[in-house]
Design a binder for this molecule. Structure first.
Ligand code: AMP
Length: 205
C-alpha cells in the first residue's frame, strides 16, 4: 500500500512526501479510508505509531474553510502539553498544505495572541482540556462549528480526571460532528465512558 492508494488530495500527498513519509503506517492504512468516508473511529494506538497523520490527513481533506470569526471546524483535544506540542509539530505542515489556519492552545501560554487568532477564524484547534475549557468559559472559543472532533489518549484523559471537562466539551459540539477517538488501551472502563460519544465507529488497531 502507498499513500497514493489512499485517495488523498494532491496537496496533502505532496505534504506527505515532503515530510519524508514513504509508506503509510498500519494505523494510517486502516484509519484513513473510513475517516474519508465520514465514519466515526475508535483507534487503539499509542503515540509513535503515526496516529497524528492518521487522523489529520483524512480530516483535512473533508473539512470546510472557516470564515472570519468562525471555527474551529476541527478540534483535537489531548491530555498533556507535551502531546499538544507533538501534534502541533506533526500537523502544522499538513494544515499549511491544505490551506488551513491552525492554532494550538495549552496551559501556561499567553492568551492575547490566541484570542486574536480565534477572532480571525480558525480551521484547526489543538488544545489541552483545561485551557480549552477556560477559553470556552471566557466566551472566546465556541464549538458550534465543529465538524470533526478528535479525542487523543482517551485513557489518559480518564486517568488524569479530565473526563467531566471532556463531557462538557463534547456537549458543546454539534451532534452531527464526526468523532475520532484514540486510546492506548480499550478496557471496560474506557469503553463504558466513550461509547456514548461515538456513532457506529470503525475500530482500528
Ligand atoms: P505520531 O504517532 O503521530 O506521534 O507520529 C510519530 C512520528 O512518526 C512522527 O515524528 C511522524 O512525523 C512520524 N510519521 C508519521 N507517519 C509516518 C510515515 N507514514 N512514515 C514515516 N514517518 C511517519
Amino acid at each position: 500500500m502507498t499513500f497514493n492508494d489512499l485517495k488523498l488530495s494532491a496537496p496533502l500527498l505532496k505534504a506527505v512526501s515532503e515530510a519524508g513519509y514513504e509508506t503509510p503506517s498500519p494505523i494510517q492504512a486502516s484509519a484513513i479510508p473510513p475517516v474519508l468516508e465520514g465514519r466515526d473511529l475508535m483507534g487503539c494506538a499509542q503515540t509513535g505509531t503515526g496516529k497524528t497523520a492518521a487522523f489529520s490527513l483524512p480530516s483535512l481533506d473533508r473539512l470546510g474553510h472557516a470564515k472570519g470569526g468562525q471555527g474551529p471546524l476541527m478540534l483535537v483535544v489531548t491530555p498533556t502539553r507535551e502531546l499538544a506540542q507533538q501534534i502541533d509539530a506533526a500537523c502544522t505542515q499538513l494544515a499549511k498544505a491544505s490551506n488551513r489556519r491552525m492554532l494550538t492552545v495549552m496551559g501556561g501560554t499567553k492568551y492575547k495572541g490566541q484570542i486574536a487568532k480565534l477572532d480571525r477564524g480558525i480551521d484547526v484547534l489543538v488544545a489541552t482540556p483545561g485551557r480549552l475549557y477556560d477559553l470556552m468559559e471566557r466566551g472566546v472559543v465556541k464549538l458550534g462549528d465543529v465538524e470533526v472532533l478528535v479525542l487523543d489518549e482517551a485513557d489518559r484523559m480518564l486517568d488524569m480526571g479530565f473526563w467531566p471537562t471532556m463531557k462538557k466539551v463534547v456537549a458543546a459540539t454539534p451532534s452531527s460532528r464526526q468523532t475520532l477517538l484514540f486510546s492506548a488501551t480499550l478496557d471496560r472502563k474506557v469503553m463504558q465512558s466513550v461509547s456514548s460519544i461515538l456513532k457506529d465507529p470503525a475500530f482500528v488497531e
